[in-house]
Design a protein around this ligand. Structure first.
Ligand SMILES: NC(=O)c1ccc[n+]([C@@H]2O[C@H](COP(=O)([O-])OP(=O)(O)OC[C@H]3O[C@@H](n4cnc5c(N)ncnc54)[C@H](OP(=O)(O)O)[C@@H]3O)[C@@H](O)[C@H]2O)c1
Length: 280
């Protein structure tokens, strides 16, 4: 039976991964028990547990806070990722490291492929890109999985936030000019489970199929939650005056996934319906 180690155990994706892999032996540790910026602590856990696979969703993900706490962003998202890769190499384990659509600048008008040139607009994006580079250097047996717009059972995310506001009859502003692919953590976890059964290492884009603007997504959420769509206010991203710049268009072409013969991950609208049915 495979031993799986999951970092950042309290996080949204980590919870979905732990659930999805629960037919094996899983150790999922929150930051308080394994801080990936602490190489010694991390290595002693990896050395003792001897995982076959390490899944690394741990990250400093608060995009706006990363602008203020840039040092921390790089410590976790870049050096922390490198630490995990070094531990995986020493232990002879495979590593799935998670990255983001925010490594791209969003200027493209066609979906991004894995080998398209990254150009992050934010500290968060830059720190995640640095993490990718360090993981590739430290460990040949890596899968770097870039994903986007996650929603899932636990943790703060756009879908849960919008639903909460709308059910409280509150207005929600949503950008008409930010386009991406919402991705259900359960679907991503299932896809990762298939991926690690192969020796096809490398970089992957993995998202639900389909894409939309934040505004369209908020309208869909209103529909599914049986709330008034008039509460959703369309705005432009610049009106939100957020500290970190966000890329406008980050649809990720899951090209490597497809080329390896995997079926496309289902449409985000189907995933969203299941999320509302089962979870909320
Ligand atoms: N959410 C999205 O929309 C999205 C989109 C694209 C890519 N991603 C990527 O997908 C991955 C998972 O995202 P998520 O939304 O599940 O994130 P999340 O809910 O914020 O979870 C990240 C977890 O990492 C933990 N963490 C932070 N610093 C750590 C450290 N030094 N050592 C160990 N754990 C640490 C956090 O713990 P604390 O809360 O205690 O700090 C948190 O529990 C991340 O790599 C992210 O970059 C996310």
């Amino acid at each position: 039976m495979k031993r799986i180690l999951i970092t950042g155990g309290g996080g949204m994706l980590a919870c979905a991964l732990a659930e999805s892999f629960n037919d094996g032996q899983v150790l999922s540790l929150p930051r308080a028990e394994m801080d990936i910026t602490d190489l010694q602590q991390t290595w002693s856990i990896v050395r003792d547990y001897k995982p076959h696979v390490i899944l690394n969703p741990a990250a400093f993900t608060r995009v706006d806070d990363c602008e203020i706490f840039a040092e921390r962003a790089f410590a976790v998202n870049a050096r922390g990722a490198e630490n995990i890769a070094v531990c995986a190499r020493r232990a002879g384990a495979r590593l799935v490291h998670f990255s983001t659509d925010y490594i791209f600048d969003g200027q493209s008008s066609v979906s991004y492929r894995e080998d398209d040139r990254p150009n992050p607009l934010s500290v968060y994006g830059a720190s995640k890109l640095a993490g990718e580079v360090l993981v590739r250097k430290a460990l040949p047996r890596h899968y770097i999985v870039r994903t986007s717009w996650l929603f899932g059972k636990s943790g703060a995310n756009f879908v849960s936030f919008v639903r909460q506001k709308l059910t409280e009859q509150k207005y929600v502003q949503a950008a008409i000019d930010q386009i991406g692919s919402p991705t259900f953590t359960d679907d991503l976890a299932r896809a990762v489970k298939l991926l690690i059964e192969t020796d096809c290492y490398g970089t992957y884009h993995l998202t639900n199929s389909g894409f939309c603007s934040r505004y369209q997504l908020a309208l869909e959420i209103a529909g599914l939650a049986d709330c008034c769509q008039d509460l959703v206010i369309p705005i432009k991203m610049e009106q939100l005056k957020l500290p970190a710049n966000r890329p406008r268009f980050t649809v990720l072409d899951n090209a490597s996934w497809r080329i390896r013969g995997f079926k496309p991950v289902r449409h985000y609208k189907k995933a969203l319906r299941d999320f509302f049915k089962d979870v909320l």
